[in-house]
Design a protein. Structure first.
Length: 667
């Protein structure tokens, strides 16, 4: 037998998978684990494709070229049309950097390695990933990589080994073991790469090649297995969320659930099987591939073009739009190619596929060569987009373990080695302020040195990792040799107290057991900062505590660029000052207390400059973005807050004048 009997329940299962994924991506409440829909697709695909391969091998009709031609006919036409549409929409909507990154995604995807690209970038659940129109193609890349290798593996094992099924199962176990290990040690690799995902496809494959047993499930047994399988899937869809370590062992629930459903309904018609075989679910299952292709670009572009959070009606409309596009793709692209009404011959489809890969790959590379075609956009949109970039001189001041001692500090203003200097010590937020320290030092004829390292709080004993501890020790040891007078501590303090505004606690201070508790974090910061200030004051240093800038809930350069592209106003874009004060309440109280307890300590607050009387912490000024992302000031933003640091420069100028005996300058 060389053909596979059609099963309506499997199309219904596809519908469950795509519904879960779509509703998860659009943020519909309840579907917090909808991302497991991809795992459902993997198991189904492994079962169906392996069934076809095995049946054709049994009938001595299997051909590798025919197999890959069928895969090209099934996957590529709809994929290529979607990519062309995304490139067209991106022309009008995307900022140059985003359009360039889209081109890179296109190039990787047509080579079926986009999963490797996205693995190297932001995590799948990170907010930055919401601006990648082709992020969802990672799963297609995994499948295509599998189906390049798997037919060869199946042929080799089945023709050479007597117990080849055991060997195939051993490969499954190795892949599963890698997945469990990688979830803890390399979560991005666990999520995106084939070796850690292959076991899910192999679970379906093992079911397809399992020996036919004379023993069959009873009706009651089939009902129970089917209900259990469906329950496992629903449990994952509704109980998992972004914090669930995944895939690893957690992926067993949807994987075993799909295997149970396919197996039980292959024996008997069950209640769950009847539900899956209903007309609505079968219809959605038939268009599930195209719907999957189109839903994510609709989500990304709607997010990119919108300013406000979408309401329930907006989300419903976008889901329906993606469903309509999916239907049109299925009706006018998928079906004609699948039914061989277009490019019917094997040679024709493979040649067309090769041409498509070449053309789209070159188009993607062209966007990389041309830096995203900035000439598409207005001067104002380009100006906003530039706010996202830091000059190389700023990046060079971010120290790490490889930074030699003579490069640990960046020097600004007067170069005299004997001059009394101010030391700016902090994390990357100190780096963001380089333009104002550079300008101020030159204008007032004083000397400022700066040492910063990303994610490193300038308080010994509270460091996030060993790298930061080593950095802080190096600063302490080098401080005296630099003749430092004033010390300016700059950090994104709330990051270490509460995590970032999106809830990531990666840098948050924890208790000795490694658990996070807000009260303990606040206590540790208070005690650590008090100790640091006390030590600095005992050595004669004047201390300046710089509070963090208002943290935006979006990336201002992105949003301002989009607004300029859409010809929309930008004067009402920013964070409500009340939200800023709420997040900074404890830090403000702590800094005020330290300044009271220790004479010679001053508090610097950029918020009064950045936040206006209308209660908005602005992100734009005179056509420039004041931020480079949601928390770092841009060069324009750093220079805008210069007035709050003016007392520091005046003090340094006075000290320099007194040192040189220039009383008039001191006045």
């Amino acid at each position: 037998m060389s053909t596979l009997a059609y099963r309506r329940d499997i199309d219904g299962l596809r519908a469950i998978a795509v519904i879960a994924v779509v509703l998860f991506h659009f943020g519909v409440p309840g579907f917090t684990g909808g991302f497991v829909g991809v795992d459902i697709f993997f198991v189904i695909s492994g079962y169906l494709i392996t069934s076809i391969i095995w049946n054709q091998r049994q009938a001595a009709r299997f051909s590798f070229v025919d197999f890959w031609a069928r895969r090209a006919r099934r996957i590529l036409p709809a994929l290529f049309v979607m990519i062309l549409a995304v490139l067209a929409v991106g022309w009008f909507l995307l900022a140059p950097k985003d359009y360039e990154e889209l081109g890179r995604s296109v190039r990787y995807q047509v080579m079926f390695v986009s999963n490797i690209l996205f693995m190297r970038q932001d995590g799948y659940f990170d907010v930055a990933s919401d601006l990648k129109p082709l992020l969802h193609t990672w799963s297609l890349a995994v499948e295509e990589q599998f189906y390049i290798v798997f037919p060869l593996l199946l042929t080799l094992l089945s023709s050479r080994l007597k117990h080849w099924r055991l060997a195939l199962f051993a490969v499954l176990l190795v892949s599963f073991g890698l997945s469990v290990w990688a979830v803890e040690h390399h979560p991005e690799k666990a999520f995106f790469l084939l070796p850690m995902r292959a076991w899910e496809l192999l679970a379906g494959a093992m079911l397809a090649v399992a020996p036919r047993s004379k023993w069959r499930l009873t009706t009651t047994g089939a009902q129970l297995v089917s209900l259990a399988g469906f329950g496992l899937i629903l449990l994952a869809v509704f109980c998992y969320d972004k914090s669930t370590p995944f895939p690893g062992a957690a992926a067993l629930l949807p994987t075993l659930g799909v295997v149970a459903l396919i197996w039980s309904n292959g024996h008997r018609q069950t209640l769950v099987g009847g539900l899956l075989a209903s007309r609505v679910l079968v219809g959605l299952g038939l268009i599930s591939y195209s719907w999957y292709l189109w839903h994510w670009p609709v989500f990304v572009f709607s997010s990119y073009a919108s300013v406000d959070e979408p309401g329930a009606f907006d989300i419903a409309g976008l889901i329906l739009l993606s469903l309509l596009l999916g239907y049109l793709s299925w009706r006018f692209v998928e079906t004609p190619f699948r039914e061989r009404r277009l490019l019917a011959g094997r040679r024709q489809i493979l040649l067309a596929a090769g041409c498509g890969v070449l053309v789209l790959g070159l188009a993607g590379q062209a966007l990389r060569w041309t830096d995203g075609l900035p000439s598409r956009l207005s001067d104002q949109a380009l100006q906003y987009a530039k706010g996202k970039e830091w000059r190389p001189e700023l990046m060079r001041c971010l120290a790490d373990d490889k930074t030699p001692d003579d490069k640990l500090f960046c020097h600004y203003g007067e170069p005299a080695s004997t001059a009394t200097k101010a030391l700016v010590w902090g994390d990357s937020h100190a780096t963001a302020l380089i333009p104002v320290f550079d300008d101020g030092a030159q204008e007032h004829g004083v000397s400022v040195i700066l040492a910063s390292s990303p994610g490193c709080i300038p308080v010994e004993g509270l460091e996030h990792d060993a790298r930061c501890a080593r950095f802080n020790r190096r600063i302490e040891q080098a401080m005296n040799a630099q003749s430092v007078g004033d010390v300016v501590l700059v950090a994104r303090w709330s990051l270490y107290l509460y995590g970032d505004v999106k809830g990531d606690l990666g840098y948050a201070l924890r208790d000795p057991r490694g658990h996070y508790d807000r009260a303990i974090a606040e206590q540790r910061l208070a005690e650590g900062l008090q100790t640091t200030v006390r030590q600095l004051r005992s050595r004669g240093h004047r201390v300046w505590l710089v509070k963090e800038v208002p943290l935006q809930t979006f990336s201002p350069p992105y949003r301002l660029t989009r607004l300029a592209i859409l010809h929309r106003p930008t004067d009402d874009v920013g964070l409500a000052v009340a939200e800023h004060f709420k997040r900074q309440a404890f830090i403000s109280q702590l800094f005020a207390q330290i300044a009271t307890d220790h004479p010679g300590v001053a508090v610097v607050d950029p918020a009064p400059v950045l936040c206006d009387d209308a209660g908005l912490c602005r992100v734009e000024l005179d056509g420039h973005s004041l931020y480079t992302d949601d928390n770092h000031l841009s060069e324009a933003g750093a220079r805008f807050i210069a007035p709050v640091l003016e007392p520091l420069f005046k003090r340094l100028k006075t000290l320099a004048a007194l040192r040189n005996g220039n009383v008039n300058a001191a006045k």
